[in-house]
Design a protein around this ligand. Structure first.
Ligand code: OGA
Ligand code: MN
Length: 206
């Protein structure tokens, strides 16, 4: 088993057992830095747009709910670096299918940038118009991050005694968070500085 397969195995087992996983150093530092650099260049070219809620007819920009900016990846126009990311995600998708039988058929992803002061209120990644999102994968690219920077990902879960609890995770560079899109409510707390990530979804249809 190579390094990637080992990491994927950890994720897949956690996903199977509890529906989510947080794993540090998922990608090598060198790769993270390159991805970050490329994403910063895209940002400088002004291609990011305010993110919306919903899809198609129900799409709406609601900065009172989420105030991040995103740029969708186009599978047919990937840079060599983005292709490496995409291939890693395809490997993870295969590993999840083998263990969890989720029938994941395809992948979509966007670059995300939360400007200072932005947030994303509690939500599920699966809602009526995007019920095909089954597994969410958030990969953080930030150079440095500490408690005072805010911007935690808050993950809600139900304890064995039935009471809801949550756990907060800093968006540390190289950290990946994987969870069942329709089952794990989560939110992004207000960030005190620019917060950069790539978010992807594995879908049960093409
Ligand atoms: C999302 C989301 C979490 C994060 O894009 O739907 O919840 O930590 N992102 O960036
Ligand atoms: Mn989300």
């Amino acid at each position: 088993m190579d390094e990637w397969e080992k990491k994927n195995k950890i994720i897949v087992e956690d996903l199977y057992d509890k529906g989510w996983c947080v794993l540090d150093n998922y990608i090598p530092e060198e790769f993270r830095k390159e991805l970050l650099k490329e994403q910063r260049e895209l940002l400088m070219h002004g291609q990011f747009r305010l993110a919306g809620i919903g899809k198609g007819e129900s799409f709406a920009i609601k900065p009172e709910i989420r105030s991040d900016k995103v740029l969708w990846m186009d599978e047919s126009l990937l840079t060599p670096l983005q292709e490496v990311y995409w291939n890693k995600m395809e490997k993870l998708r295969t590993a999840i299918n083998q263990r969890c039988y989720l029938g994941l058929k395809s992948f979509e992803a966007h670059f995300a940038m939360y400007p200072q002061g932005s947030f994303y209120l509690r939500h599920l990644d699966q809602f009526q118009s995007v019920s095909y999102r089954i597994v969410s994968v958030v990969l953080y690219l930030n150079e440095t991050w500490d408690e005072s920077d805010g911007g935690e990902l808050r993950m809600y879960y139900t304890r064995p005694d039935g009471i809801e609890d949550f756990q907060d995770f800093l968006p540390l560079g190289g950290r990946v968070v994987v969870f069942l899109s329709g089952e794990v409510p989560h939110e992004v707390l207000p960030t005190n500085k620019e917060r950069i990530s790539i978010t992807g979804w594995m879908k049960d249809r093409e």
